[in-house]
Design a protein around this ligand. Structure first.
Ligand SMILES: *[C@@H]1O[C@H](CO)[C@@H](O)[C@H](O)[C@H]1NC(C)=O
Ligand SMILES: *[C@@H]1O[C@H](CO)[C@@H](O)[C@H](O)[C@H]1NC(C)=O
Ligand SMILES: *[C@@H]1O[C@H](CO)[C@@H](O)[C@H](O)[C@H]1NC(C)=O
Ligand SMILES: *[C@@H]1O[C@H](CO)[C@@H](O)[C@H](O)[C@H]1NC(C)=O
Ligand SMILES: *[C@@H]1O[C@H](CO)[C@@H](O)[C@H](O)[C@H]1NC(C)=O
Ligand SMILES: *[C@@H]1O[C@H](CO)[C@@H](O)[C@H](O)[C@H]1NC(C)=O
Ligand SMILES: *[C@@H]1O[C@H](CO)[C@@H](O)[C@H](O)[C@H]1NC(C)=O
Ligand SMILES: CC(=O)N[C@H]1CO[C@H](CO)[C@@H](O)[C@@H]1O
Length: 547
């Protein structure tokens, strides 16, 4: 009898250890352009993980995603939703397509979330301003503060609080300063680590563990040579000593589909297991076709007492610590990140929260469900087309473009819009576009063109590629010819415009007319046209436009 009892106990033990078995999951966890992730776990907010990613010139700016299980992520809020918070991105003062809000750090302390970031302008010189936004209600856009502006010597601010409450800000370089969180006054700054020599030490984060301060940074640039390295010190101010086993994470010099892995942030879950997030590009080592840009990936971290952390290499299929119970009970209204859209702009609704503008739009550019046509989005034409070309400092009234987008978050997708259009002026155009930047997009529009003195609506398929395109990504690509075709007379002026990713290298842009099955307009374009180039830090969005 005793033996039997013992064997029952043994069985029970085996079962419980099998329950704690490692989990599997898939990368990326935030698909589509979600670069430079920073995440934190907050037990006080119902054991929820929060992540943020860069937004550059897109508005709403700086998304915050929430998850209970590290797999299902929901948009919790956007930090920047008001012109008053960032007048710099209201207008064409930002001259390059890569200006704007770069990498952030998100942390929680004593009931408050802290979001540190920098506003970067690339022209005429590389310039940056430090910004601190705070909130006590992470699920509300409105609750995010105006930024506290502070001087910073470079990009990518991190915040680490010493036990006495002093806030240390570390930034690319890697240098450090202290910050008064009330006044924005910074202390003297000093270099704390030069990295391992791979160049561009950036995206620093400091963690304290077992009496050590660990300084973890990205290095080598955010492209194929990207890597993550680490150093430690007994003092938050350094001197930091690099680990002999660096880099601790990289896919450089591999044939992996996920490349450019780096710019990581580490955090612990409710079981004290460590995890990390980083950016990665699904391009393979050819790094030529990657229209979704840099995405957010998750990897498990094994970090034993007093030792250096071990970061599992980034792959599509991952296995690591047991994940929390799957959960979709997250507060707030945002959609889950990879959910499909079916949007009818019903009366009383708003523009979906995950839709993005390029800079702040004019307030009257978009009207949901106007009285004359409920269940639609009314677009007011902008002076410029989506390529823009306003001059420096012109007001938002002059330079805003009527452009509304969403991220491409799946390799394969079909996106279609029913367009009703009654243009009155020559050159007026509405349509859909595969948009990387204002200088790099593939459009299918309905445009009013003059033919033998008469204004006639035409379908027009056209690619815009300006500037700075002599990059590996855009070499050896066929730029499709512009194609126009007069539209037949339509009863209801209704055209369905569609973009489809037919495979991972090509889009097909097509038009269908209601009640005219024989009408066929379909053109193809290579995804390499919207990979890299003027948008090498961002990723692409299909969208509606109005010219
Ligand atoms: C345009 O940007 C400048 C520079 O930041 C700012 O001073 C100005 O207020 C902005 N204009 C608008 C209309 O927001
Ligand atoms: C970084 O490199 C500079 C120039 O070589 C050197 O003067 C400085 O001491 C280094 N700083 C650290 C923290 O290693
Ligand atoms: C850390 O370094 C600072 C600056 O060098 C020094 O003032 C402080 O005493 C050091 N702290 C510890 C705990 O060694
Ligand atoms: C579970 O995952 C962690 C993190 O990667 C790893 O350290 C550990 O060895 C794994 N355990 C098993 C049984 O595979
Ligand atoms: C957009 O406007 C610019 C400047 O007016 C012009 O050069 C360009 O051809 C236009 N692009 C399209 C697609 O109409
Ligand atoms: C472009 O094509 C040429 C000739 O086929 C080839 O030598 C070169 O490697 C190609 N470049 C890229 C970036 O694919
Ligand atoms: C992808 O689709 C395009 C357009 O239909 C086609 O030309 C191309 O051959 C396809 N590529 C592959 C690898 O099937
Ligand atoms: C992308 C990258 O970093 N490639 C490197 C692979 O390894 C060779 C030889 O060590 C380097 O020269 C490359 O730069």
């Amino acid at each position: 009898m005793r033996y039997l009892k013992a064997s029952l106990i043994l069985t029970a033990l085996l079962m419980s250890s099998s329950f704690a078995q490692n989990s599997t999951y898939a990368n990326p966890i935030l698909p589509g352009w979600h670069s430079d992730p920073s995440c934190t776990f907050v037990p006080e907010e119902d054991n929820t993980f929060f992540c943020t990613t860069s937004s550059f010139l897109t508005v709403p700016g700086i998304p915050i995603y929430a998850s209970k299980d590290l797999v299902n992520w929901k948009l919790a809020s956007d930090v920047v939703t008001r012109v008053a918070q960032m007048p710099e991105i209201a207008n064409s003062t930002s001259q390059t397509q890569q200006d704007g809000l770069w990498a952030s750090t998100i942390r929680y302390r004593k009931g408050k979330f802290y979001l540190l970031t920098s506003y970067v302008s690339m022209y005429p010189d590389f310039g940056f301003k430090g910004l601190l936004f705070t909130t006590e209600d992470i699920y509300s856009d409105k609750a995010w503060s105006e930024p506290l502006r502070f001087e910073i010597g470079d990009i990518d601010p991190d915040i680490f609080w010493e036990e006495d409450g002093t806030a240390y800000i570390s930034y690319a370089g890697v240098s450090q300063t202290t910050l008064d969180l009330e006044t924005g006054k910074t202390g003297p700054s000093y270099r704390i680590w030069n990295g391992t020599g791979a160049g561009l030490p950036e995206g620093p984060h400091i963690y304290k563990k077992d009496g050590w301060y660990y300084l973890c940074i990205g290095e080598g640039g955010t492209e194929l040579g990207h890597q993550q390295v680490i150093a430690r010190s007994k003092n938050v101010t350094g001197p930091f000593e690099g680990y002999s086993g660096n880099p601790i994470l990289t896919n450089k010099n591999t044939t992996e589909y996920f490349q450019t892995v780096g710019h990581a942030d580490l955090f612990q879950d409710g079981n004290d297991n460590w995890w990390g997030v980083a950016l990665a590009t699904r391009s393979g080592p050819a790094w030529r076709v990657y229209p979704m840009g840099r995405e957010t990936v998750l990897f498990p971290v094994t970090w034993k007492e007093g030792e250096w952390p071990i970061l599992e290499p980034v792959r599509g299929r991952m296995s690591g610590w047991e994940l929390p119970q799957p959960s979709r009970s997250i507060p707030g209204y945002g959609p889950y990140v990879s959910a499909p859209d079916r949007i009818d702009f019903a009366p009383g609704t708003s523009i979906p929260r995950h839709f993005l503008f390029w800079r702040f739009p004019k307030s009257d550019s978009f009207t949901v469900s106007p009285p004359e046509r409920p269940f639609s989005l009314r677009l007011t034409p902008s002076r410029h087309n989506i390529t823009g070309l306003g001059s420096t400092g012109e007001s938002v009234e002059q330079t805003a473009i009527t452009l509304i987008t969403r991220r491409q978050s799946h390799t394969y997708f079909i996106y279609s819009v029913d367009v009703s259009f009654a243009p009155t002026k020559e050159g007026e155009e509405v349509g859909v576009t595969v948009f990387l930047t204002q200088y790099q997009h593939i459009d299918l529009g309905i445009v009013l063109l003059r033919v033998s003195g008469k204004l006639i609506p035409h379908l027009r398929f056209q690619t815009t590629l300006l500037d700075d395109l002599n990059t590996p990504a855009t070499q050896n690509v066929t730029v499709p010819e512009t194609v126009t075709r007069a539209l037949p007379r339509l009863k209801n002026n209704r055209v369905r415009l569609q973009i489809q990713a037919v495979n991972d290298t090509h889009y097909i842009l097509s038009a269908a007319l209601s009640g005219q099955d024989k009408f066929d307009f379909s053109q193809q374009a290579e995804a390499v046209l919207v990979s890299g180039g003027t948008g090498r830090f961002t990723g692409k969005c299909p969208l509606d436009e109005m010219l």
